[in-house]
Design a protein around this ligand. Sequence first.
Ligand code: FES
Length: 175
Amino acid sequence: MSADTHNNKQPGAVLTALEVMEIDKEISHAPYRSAVAIDALKIVQKYHGWVSDKSLQALADYLDMSAAELDGIATFYSLIYRHPVGEKVISLCDSVTCWIKGYKQLQQHISGRLGVGLGETTGDNQFTFLPAPCLGACDRAPVMMVGDETHVDLTEDKIDRILGADSDNSDGGQA
Ligand code: FES
C-alpha cells in the first residue's frame, strides 16, 4: 500500500512547488512517507546544489520525520551535501581497494592540480574535492565520481584528461 500524498501536509515556503511535486511522486510509490528520505534529499539537492538546515527541517516535517533522523540519513549518505559545494563535486574513493591501488598519490595529484585539499572548493567555485566511501566498482579501482559520472581505472593521466575539459588550472593533459 502506498503512502498518502494528500494527508494535509503543508510543505511551507522552503520547498518549491516543483520539489513538492517530485517528492509527492516518490511518496505515491512508497509504503510510508519517510521511506523516500534519500530520494527526497536528492531532489532538494538537485535544485539547490546542497541541503541547507532550512531545507532539511522543511523536508523532515513533510516526511513525518525528525530533523535529526533525516540529518542522520543525509550525513550517512556521502553523495548528499550538507554544506555548499562547487558546480561539480569530485568524490575520490578512499576505501581499502582504492587505497591499495594508489589513492594517496591520486589524491595528491588532484589536490595539486586544483590547488585545494580534501573538503575544499576551488576559488572559482568550479570543483569541490571530497573523499568518498566505496563507490561500488572495486574491481576497477581506483575510482572517483565527478558530478554524476563514475570514472574507473584511474591514473594521473586519466584524471588529467577527465578534468582537462573543465579545470581552469588544467595543464592540458592529452589522451
Ligand atoms: S574500494 Fe573504491 S570503489 Fe570500492
